[in-house]
Design a protein. Structure first.
Length: 182
């Protein structure tokens, strides 16, 4: 339980001016279950109380395009209040560390439609040779792109990168329907 801090109201894009001083935030099993003023929210018996007096309580921040390749990066994100990362793998960011714990919520981003050594599928035997990038990216066929879309979705990808170098058949949506988007 968090007690005594000022809960920042971010409604209306932070223009609401309805911050709540001396707030109480009840957290059970990693989820916020109750929020209110100190007099309006009952403190559960035996609750661990974290004194937040003089501090501000804000919603978790989102990094919309970042790397997350180690426990150190996961810790740094959490320390800075970043609770969600749209994670990218590339030569500057490295591969995504899905095993980091604790970690922000991860929403992996992956490219589709072109060869890419950093694709989440690039380490899978059935894709390794097809995605191996030469000096320049090469476009995949519409059929391979549709299969890639389905396979990357099964790995947990929820954000797609459609590169600037895709040609008309893929950009205009003439892809065969993916077998299944989960």
């Amino acid at each position: 339980m968090l007690a005594g801090g000022t809960l920042v109201d971010v409604t209306n894009w932070g223009q609401s001016a309805r911050d709540l001083a001396n707030a109480v935030v009840i957290v059970r099993d990693g989820r916020i279950t109750d929020v209110g003023s100190a007099g309006a929210v009952s403190i559960p018996k035996g609750a661990r109380v974290i004194d937040c007096t003089g501090k501000f309580l804000i919603p978790g921040l989102i990094d919309g395009f970042a790397g997350m390749n180690s426990q150190g990066q996961a810790n740094a994100n959490l320390y800075m209040g970043v609770t969600t990362v749209v994670a990218s793998a590339d030569d500057r960011r490295g591969f995504i560390d899905f095993a980091a714990s604790p970690s922000p919520h991860l929403y992996p981003i992956d490219s589709i439609g072109i060869t890419d050594d950093w694709s989440l599928l690039a380490r899978r035997p059935e894709w390794a040779a097809k995605l191996k990038q030469g000096a320049h990216s090469a476009e995949l066929s519409p059929e391979d792109t549709a299969r890639q879309l389905s396979d990357t979705a099964r790995l947990g990808t929820r954000v797609l990168w459609l590169g600037h170098n895709l040609t008309r058949p893929i950009r205009n949506g003439s892809l065969p329907a993916p077998t299944r988007w989960e």
